[in-house]
Design a protein around this ligand. Structure first.
Ligand SMILES: *[C@@H]1O[C@H](CO)[C@@H](O)[C@H](O)[C@H]1NC(C)=O
Ligand SMILES: *[C@@H]1O[C@H](CO)[C@@H](O)[C@H](O)[C@H]1NC(C)=O
Ligand SMILES: *[C@@H]1O[C@H](CO)[C@@H](O)[C@H](O)[C@H]1NC(C)=O
Ligand SMILES: *[C@@H]1O[C@H](CO)[C@@H](O)[C@H](O)[C@H]1NC(C)=O
Ligand SMILES: *[C@@H]1O[C@H](CO)[C@@H](O)[C@H](O)[C@H]1NC(C)=O
Ligand SMILES: *[C@@H]1O[C@H](CO)[C@@H](O)[C@H](O)[C@H]1NC(C)=O
Ligand SMILES: *[C@@H]1O[C@H](CO)[C@@H](O)[C@H](O)[C@H]1NC(C)=O
Ligand SMILES: *[C@@H]1O[C@H](CO)[C@@H](O)[C@H](O)[C@H]1NC(C)=O
Ligand SMILES: CC(=O)N[C@H]1CO[C@H](CO)[C@@H](O)[C@@H]1O
Length: 653
């Protein structure tokens, strides 16, 4: 915790007097923790703004069935050793239709997508045959109601023979636009392909890569869901940590996230066994992540595979150069010149994306302190991390390299590399240990907060113990206190992101996520934490400024102050562990004079700190109140912050 220095500045003395008056006149309300603050225009720690950002992991169908807008589930019958190909989500249209999964047929659609479905008639009878897809637990597209069978939109696709195919009928690609003629009453809709058996020689057809997209964010082909991207944009995020956490590592040493298999046409993407118990299409691949960054103006933090799998297996020293080369190729694919580099040329040829992307941050692995410890972690410290650091330093000297552990995980991280800290704590822990964490971190250290969330109630323990089902208000305030501690040390913290970001309500796997969603966009729910991170992220401090208090230390009021890019004074605060409101008076020396105006935004929660934003009741328990304050004598702003609140005061430019 920072010492509170006594200021001899005459204005501060004046302030403490006015504070005394305030406390005296209001003392019968029991306002015990009055605090008077002065923000100085110079001095303090050298600092740079911390970025609030996003982290994505395909967990609980947050990618497939989540932000990735594809409506058809199991579109290409992809499978792996872990999750064998199946007809999941598909069903026959009627009793005459028989669906058969065809594996590795002599004529596969592509090497990446060897499986397909055959739809045949069960009896030697003419009539309509077909197959039906249930979507990701429904579809927000007006197609056919799963409840009443009513058809809302259909299109006729004439069949064609593939003249270039060598034998039999080859694969033919059909593209069509489906315009619903009517809006469906809900999202419990299905998608069906039907055909007349009478028109077929042998009464059956094969299908593969059956894909259907609604309009996407910024109309990107193979793009992202509009409502979710719009909600993420509200957070005013500055980076995206990609492609994920555990997914990057994969389940086994041979099934990690291979960036080279997530690019190009969908027919060339084999998918992969996810690390959260389902097969991934990787339709949301490396390029789609970069488009996501482009569309929300985010700095990509590209995590590269570091030679560690979730089962603890890791690459031996003699082989680590292959993983390093794989990472260098990935960076060349993203940033290399289209004319002069091998992978830059691939980018230009297969994507038509001639202009290279810029990558400033590269993270080496994911949570390398965790799986396979202690030997795998020792290997990281001894040779795995070093091999990447030196290769990147040589080829990409301007890139900020980030190690996947932090100094708090017992790694000495050699400058200029940074670490990555992932606190999943109780709100009390965020306050008691989290707030002072970065004050205590040695100067010269730099870290990303690549994942963070309150996940257990106070006193709660163990992943299988009492994980909360949703972010809750008290937990969200705990996160705010921690983030304020990070912002006080802007020179040591690159940025922070909540994790995980998204969850499909139909695959409830890890309780606490920033947002929840389902097929029905009206179920897209911003959690209590969403509002806290949004408020903090929308008032970026460009330079942290020193603050002195005339009395008391931190708690129950935790705060940070600084200057915005436009010269505004910014004060961020959270009130934790008190039953009383906290009166605050603050002045920004050299920034706001008497009569200056400021906007105070205060978030408060429900009476019960365990209150959540439940997607099914759709009640938002977070209340946001904004008011305009005018500075009194000496440029002092006075206000009171309620118990368990998060607030930002920003002066007018
Ligand atoms: C389909 O088959 C099931 C069981 O074999 C039967 O109960 C049902 O009536 C049949 N439906 C139609 C439309 O024939
Ligand atoms: C859709 O409706 C069907 C039939 O009423 C029901 O069985 C199914 O559970 C519903 N699905 C969803 C995702 O609500
Ligand atoms: C016909 O089949 C060939 C070879 O399988 C394929 O390259 C081509 O794209 C197919 N034509 C159409 C119209 O789908
Ligand atoms: C199905 O329809 C075709 C074309 O009309 C006809 O040639 C064939 O005999 C019919 N098959 C049966 C089993 O009714
Ligand atoms: C992608 O790269 C990995 C690692 O080098 C390699 O094993 C794999 O075969 C590559 N995939 C394709 C489709 O080239
Ligand atoms: C909050 O108050 C309780 C009761 O005094 C105490 O046990 C707990 O440690 C406090 N938590 C924090 C973060 O100050
Ligand atoms: C600056 O850094 C020191 C030491 O890390 C810390 O104690 C202090 O509270 C930091 N923050 C501010 C805003 O001065
Ligand atoms: C990081 O902090 C530790 C103490 O927490 C200190 O020993 C070390 O020198 C610092 N690292 C750098 C690169 O300054
Ligand atoms: C609701 C639901 O489908 N939840 C599932 C999320 O994933 C875990 C692990 O795969 C399952 O155990 C849950 O049933």
């Amino acid at each position: 915790m920072a010492p509170i220095s006594q200021s001899l500045n005459p204005l501060s003395l004046l302030l403490s007097l006015s504070l005394l008056l305030l406390t005296t006149t209001t003392s019968h309300h029991g306002l015990a923790h009055a605090i008077s603050l002065t923000v100085y225009p110079t001095g303090g720690n050298a600092s740079s703004p911390i970025m609030y950002g996003l982290m994505h992991e395909d967990i609980n169908n947050s990618g497939d069935g989540g932000i990735y807008a594809e409506l058809i589930r199991n579109r290409a019958f992809q499978g792996s050793d872990r999750f064998p190909a199946s007809l999941e989500a598909w069903s026959p249209l009627n009793n005459h239709s028989v669906l058969t999964l065809k594996k590795s047929t002599p004529q596969p659609l592509s090497a990446a997508l060897p499986n397909s479905v055959n739809v045949a008639r069960s009896q030697k009878k003419n009539g309509t045959l077909g197959l039906v897809n249930a979507g990701y637990w429904g579809m927000d597209a007006s197609l056919q109601s799963a409840i009443t069978g009513e058809v809302f939109g259909s299109v006729e696709v004439p069949s064609r023979l593939n003249a270039t195919a060598t034998s039999g009928g080859g694969w033919v690609q059909h593209e069509f636009v489906l315009v619903p003629g009517k809006k469906a009453a809900n999202s419990n809709n299905t998608f069906a392909i039907t055909f007349d058996a009478a028109d077929l020689k042998d009464g059956s057809l094969d299908f593969n890569l059956i894909s259907l997209f609604p309009p996407t964010y910024k109309n990107r082909p193979n793009g992202l869901r509009v409502d979710i991207m719009e909600a993420l944009a509200e957070l005013n995020p500055k980076f995206l940590r990609l492609p994920g956490g555990n997914m990057l590592e994969g389940n086994t040493i041979s099934t990690y996230w291979k960036w080279n298999e997530t690019i190009g046409p969908l027919k060339d993407r084999p998918g992969m066994a996810g690390t959260w118990n389902y097969q991934l299409t990787t339709g949301l691949g490396l390029v789609e992540y970069m488009h996501w960054c482009d569309d929300l103006n985010l700095e990509p933090i590209v995590a590269v595979y570091s030679g560690l799998a979730l089962d603890g297996a890791y690459t031996p020293a003699s082989q680590i150069h292959t993983d390093v080369q794989f990472a260098l190729d990935e960076l060349e694919f993203l940033t290399g010149d289209a004319a002069t580099t091998k992978w830059g040329a691939v980018r230009a040829q297969i994507l038509g994306h001639t202009a290279p992307w810029k990558v400033k941050y590269v993270e080496i692995g994911n949570e390398d302190w965790l799986a396979g410890r202690p030997t795998a972690y020792d290997a990281y410290k001894q040779y795995r991390f070093g091999a990447f650091l030196s290769a990147l330093g040589e080829k990409y000297p301007d890139v900020q390299v980030i190690a996947s552990p932090s100094v708090f995980d017992g790694m000495v991280i050699p400058a200029p590399a940074a670490g990555d800290y992932h606190p999943y704590l109780t709100p009390d822990e965020f306050v008691l240990q989290g707030f002072g964490r970065f004050d205590a971190m040695g100067r010269g250290n730099l870290t990303l907060i690549g994942e963070a969330a309150s996940v257990h109630p106070n006193g709660g323990i163990g992943w299988d113990g009492n994980l909360m089902a949703n972010p809750w208000w008290g937990g969200s305030v705990g996160e705010a206190v921690f983030l304020i501690g990070a912002e006080r040390n802007g020179d040591k913290v690159i940025g922070a992101t909540y994790a995980p970001g998204l969850r499909n309500l139909n695959r409830w796997q890890w309780g606490v996520t920033l947002m929840q969603h389902a097929a029905d966009p009206s179920l897209t729910t911003r959690s209590t934490s969403f509002y806290v991170w949004k408020l903090l992220g929308n008032h970026a401090i460009a330079k942290t400024l020193p603050v002195t208090a005339t009395s008391g230390g931190f708690g129950p009021l935790y705060y940070v102050a600084g200057k915005g890019a436009k010269g505004t004074g910014i004060f961020k605060a959270a009130v934790y562990n008190t039953t009383q409101p906290v009166p605050v008076s603050i002045r920004f020396e050299g920034i706001a004079k008497q009569g200056a105006k400021a906007t105070l935004t205060v978030l408060t929660g429900p009476e019960n700190p365990y209150g959540v934003n439940d997607p099914f009741t759709r009640v938002n328990v977070v209340e946001e109140k904004a008011s305009t304050l005018k500075a009194g004598r000496g440029g002092v702003f006075e206000f009171s912050l309620p118990r368990l609140s998060v607030a930002v005061l920003e002066t007018e430019a």
